[in-house]
Design a protein around this ligand. Structure first.
Ligand code: ADP
Length: 158
């Protein structure tokens, strides 16, 4: 069984993330979406809220599991018997940081392979911060996130 981990902050999950998860399910038997509790980022949503949104929007994908990740990715991958880490590459600007992460992770665990997937071009400019900013100023975010996430954002910002 081929298992991949897709780690991220997902604050909140966007259509870009969903695009990547869907592509990953075509390659792996199981995709674990791992919600990171990154101390450097100050998320708008709690880890539980972020997980709840992913559970809700991915409920029709039996291959997808949602979990929380606290420590090192390589340790988590070993624990879960995962072969690969999935990362999304939107633009050249993602590349430098992603390359650094991939090479450090490879140094820590030679067996763990980082797989980069490109989203549909209509999501290549999308990130969670833009969605939050638009939501705060009353912009239309319906084409960027699922309806459930629109509702949760509205509730949070109120
Ligand atoms: P960010 O890196 O924007 O803070 P996350 O930590 O949630 O967001 O991202 C997790 C992974 O998802 C990263 O590999 C990131 O490049 C990828 N990702 C985020 N938004 C998109 C998108 N619109 N299209 C494709 N991949 C994306």
């Amino acid at each position: 069984m081929k298992i991949a981990i897709y780690p991220g902050t997902f604050d909140p999950i966007t259509n870009g993330h969903i695009d990547i998860i869907q592509r990953a399910t075509a390659l792996f038997d199981k995709v674990i979406v791992a919600v990171a509790t990154n101390p450097q980022k100050k998320p708008l949503f709690t880890a539980e809220e972020r997980m709840d949104m992913i559970v809700h929007v991915m409920r029709n994908y039996p291959q997808v599991e949602i979990d929380q990740i606290e420590g090192l990715l390589v340790d988590y991958a070993k624990k879960r018997n995962a072969h690969a880490v999935i990362r999304g590459l939107r633009a050249i600007s993602d590349f430098e940081f992603e390359l650094q992460m991939a090479l450090v992770n490879r140094k820590l665990s030679e067996q763990l392979i980082t797989v980069f997937l490109m989203p549909h071009e209509s999501y290549s400019y999308l990130n969670s911060s833009i969605v939050k900013e638009l939501a705060m100023f009353g912009g239309n975010i319906k084409c960027f996130v699922p309806d459930y996430v629109v509702q949760q954002l509205r509730k949070k910002i109120k």
